[in-house]
Design a protein around this ligand. Structure first.
Ligand code: CP3
Length: 343
């Protein structure tokens, strides 16, 4: 299907765009009352994730309501641990928990390598349905968690302030950590390839907990596996978003990916110098800027656009939009990007 708006794909490939494209991490699900309505009609989050018809519906909502230049498939990064034999539960207001965590070699040996087409068939079906509903209006982004971030949840059994169990595992059982990370990586490659085959136009890897690692561990236990994923999927542009990994921007810039995501702590000019000219940058307005007045949002957004410059930039927040953000403020951010012309 011919895309009517391919700005974001052109920006990712480094081709010229007449304006900067914009989407928002966590745009589907966190802020729209229309999402809540669909979710409340079902038996919780996981049922929504596993019902392609509803997952597709909430994926398209931000395109209709907010006017973003891309859709991101509604799912979660934790579908991979589940497919490998580590199911999660979603506790309202508390986030995900895992009844079973990985601690021993036996636990790791018991993990299955997931097959994208079969084990995650419900996401694959949702991607196909979403593209039907989008009818080429905007590209569809597929995604997965980075192996390190998934490993962190599988070891901790929930979110954590320090991720000290997961980080500790890297010191006490480095060989076992590699064994688990390799299995997660193989599962992720199969899953992302299936997403592309089903119609995902681009992919994002979320390394949400990159920032808790010291640089040498980040290189060994995270970047090395992200590299394998990028190398395995040359078909579509891949974005690597490693939250907090400012210390590794130069190496992230050397990955075979199209785009590097910046969080809001990262200085734009400094990041560009480290990443180099051959990548597109994505980001990076502080999600809290959307708590400001409309005038302040416009000013902050224009400042961000100016700092990145007219090409090789995909406008976004520096992390997911916060759940208590007013959708009207979000629209102000999106509209400001869409109307801005670089002088
Ligand atoms: O735009 C989108 O929101 C698309 C779908 C999406 C979800 N999760 C749905 C979701 C995406 C891209 C994710 C990614 C995700 N999930 C990440 C990486 C991005 C990031 O924010 O760093 C992480 C770390 C998770 C794990 C996860 N899932 C947590 C920590 C939580 C609880 C709190 C929260 O909302 O972040 C979830 C639940 C979750 N995933 C919800 C949604 C819409 C809220 C659940 C609900 O509706 O009750």
């Amino acid at each position: 299907m011919q895309l009517k708006n391919d700005l974001i794909l052109r920006a990712a490939r480094g081709e010229k765009t007449e304006r900067t494209p914009v989407w928002m991490m966590r745009q589907a699900g966190r802020i729209l009352p229309e999402y809540r309505a669909v979710r409340n009609s079902l038996n919780g989050f996981i049922e929504l994730v596993k019902t392609p018809q509803f997952a597709a519906e909430v994926t398209v909502q931000p395109v209709d309501i907010l006017g973003v230049d891309a859709a991101i498939i509604f799912s979660d990064i934790l579908v991979i641990p589940e497919a490998m034999g580590c199911p999660y539960e979603m506790v309202e207001k508390r986030g995900p928990t895992f009844p079973k965590t990985i601690k021993t070699e036996k636990d790791i040996d018991e993990l299955r390598i997931a097959d994208g087409e079969t084990d995650l068939g419900y996401v694959i079906e949702a991607i196909k349905l979403t593209n039907k509903e989008l009818a080429g209006r905007v590209p569809l982004i597929g995604f997965a968690g980075a192996p390190w971030t998934l490993f962190s949840y599988m070891v901790e059994g929930s979110g954590s302030k320090t991720f000290s169990k997961a980080r500790g595992f890297l010191y006490t059982e480095p060989a076992l950590a590699h064994k688990a990370l390799e299995k997660i990586t193989q599962s992720t490659i199969s899953y992302m390839k299936a997403q592309v085959k089903a119609g995902a136009h681009m992919l994002q890897i979320f390394d949400s907990w990159a920032g808790v690692l010291p640089p040498q561990h980040y290189r060994e236990f995270s970047l090395a596996y992200i590299r394998k994923i990028c190398e395995a999927i040359p078909e579509v542009p891949v974005t690597v978003f490693a939250k907090g990994a400012f210390f590794a921007l130069e190496e992230t810039g050397q990955l075979p990916c199209a785009t590097v995501g910046l969080d809001w702590n990262m200085d734009v000019a400094e990041s560009r110098a480290k990443v180099g000219a051959s990548k597109t940058l994505q980001g990076n307005l502080d999600p809290c800027a959307l708590y400001g007045s409309f005038a302040e949002i416009e000013k902050a957004t224009k400042g961000m656009l100016k700092a990145f410059g007219p090409q090789r930039h995909i406008a976004n927040l520096g992390h997911g939009v916060y759940p208590d953000t007013d959708p009207e403020k979000v629209k102000c951010f999106i509209e400001t990007v869409k109307e801005y012309r670089h002088g």
